[in-house]
Design a protein around this ligand. Structure first.
Ligand code: WQD
Length: 338
């Protein structure tokens, strides 16, 4: 299939472009590079030994999308482009609703006009809020607790409404848990702007000496060691899950929702120990106050994706950490060195 990947130069987008190309598909990328780097796409082309057509611009631009759909016979769209920092979303809700909701609506309308019916949407486990129990299944109550999570939930609901109104529309909603790690080559990986919000890139920057120590947000949660428990999933497993979802569900219109996680809960301290062991670098840390909005535990029931898509995560925690370290140690300043 010929797939438009919005945000295809980003962390998950670039890894998914590789998974799609390696599965025999062709991709076109649209990205405004507001939270990504052109170098990532150059490296995707090197790894896959192919060229990837690129349109630089805002995915919320109807004119740009119409141009892409007129110049390419697109079979489906994977929509990664958007803003994704929970804390920033609280400070700048209008930015998040414009970038995540309004842009997605423009994309859906332009797809319908162009006769492109399959949309895979990058959603997040954050839509579950603070779950009543774990593991979390797709039929659990949803209830986001911040503008970022609410923007994801609203787009999910827009897609489900469109699937009711337009019988040809194929709404594939993928709820990511915690993507980490990097492509085995070490050539592409997570390259956050500024101070990393997320645990793994922060630990990686401590290991490589860019940060002096990790602050562990809370040591008094009702978990096995008092620190937060999450479902970390290798970004390459996540990427392959996108290819599988497209291949399995293309031509089967309706609304489909899947958790993409491993089903295993890993604590912050587990992650610190694994990183220190694999990188052979000290990871100094201090346990500080809880981060507002954090939940104690969040991990997936991965059964629905396994049953319907025939997909499951296969890479281990050590694979996640080793690949993260290979990327970070080979690119201490991310793509900026290029
Ligand atoms: C993981 C654990 C923290 C940083 C968020 C979004 C989610 C998705 C992934 C976009 C928690 C602890 C973290 C640090 C720490 N993003 N931590 N010190 O919060 O589970 O999920 O990112 O799609 O939508 O909600 O991920 O990596 O920020 O935190 O102790 O410097 O690590 O308290 O327990 P989170 P995270």
């Amino acid at each position: 299939m010929h797939i438009l990947v919005t945000g295809g130069a980003g962390y998950i987008g670039s890894h998914t472009c590789i998974a799609l190309i390696e599965a025999g598909h062709t991709v076109v990328v649209v990205d405004d590079f507001s939270n990504s780097h052109p170098e990532a796409l150059k490296r995707v082309e090197t790894i896959c030994e192919t060229s990837v057509p690129l349109y630089q611009g805002d995915v919320g631009s109807r004119a740009l999308l119409e141009q892409i759909f007129s110049e390419h016979n697109i079979d489906g769209v994977i929509h990664f482009a958007g803003s994704k920092a929970v804390g920033e979303s609280v400070e700048k809700p209008m930015l998040y609703y414009r970038n995540n909701v309004t842009a997605s609506q423009v994309l859906i309308e332009t797809m319908q006009h162009a006769g492109v019916h399959t949309l895979v949407f990058s959603s997040s486990a954050t839509v579950y809020g603070d779950p009543h129990s774990v593991p979390i299944a797709e039929d659990f109550p949803v209830g986001a607790t911040n503008p970022y999570g609410r923007s994801k939930l609203v787009v999910e609901q827009i897609m489900q409404d469109q699937a009711v109104a337009n019988s040809a529309f194929n709404a594939i909603i993928l709820r990511y848990f915690n993507p980490v790690g990097a492509h085995a080559s070490g050539k592409i990986g997570e390259d956050p702007n500024g101070i990393p919000n997320n645990l793994m890139p922060f630990i990686a920057q401590v290991a490589v000496g860019k940060r002096s120590e990790l602050s562990i947000f809370g040591g008094d949660y009702p978990t096995k060691d008092g620190t937060g428990v999450r479902d970390y999933i290798h970004v390459c497993d996540l990427a392959e899950g996108h290819a599988k979802a497209l291949e399995t569900l293309h031509g089967k219109p309706g609304a489909h929702i899947f958790n993409l996680g491993t089903g295993a809960g890993v604590s912050v301290l587990d992650m610190v120990k694994a990183y220190a062991r694999v990188s052979q670098r000290p990871i100094p840390y201090q346990i500080v106050a809880r981060r507002p909005g954090d939940v104690a535990q969040c991990y997936a029931s991965p059964d629905h994706a396994k049953t319907v898509l025939g997909w499951q995560a296969v890479r281990s925690l050590d694979d996640m950490v080793a690949s993260s370290w290979r990327w970070q140690s080979s690119n201490p300043h991310g793509y900026r060195e290029a």
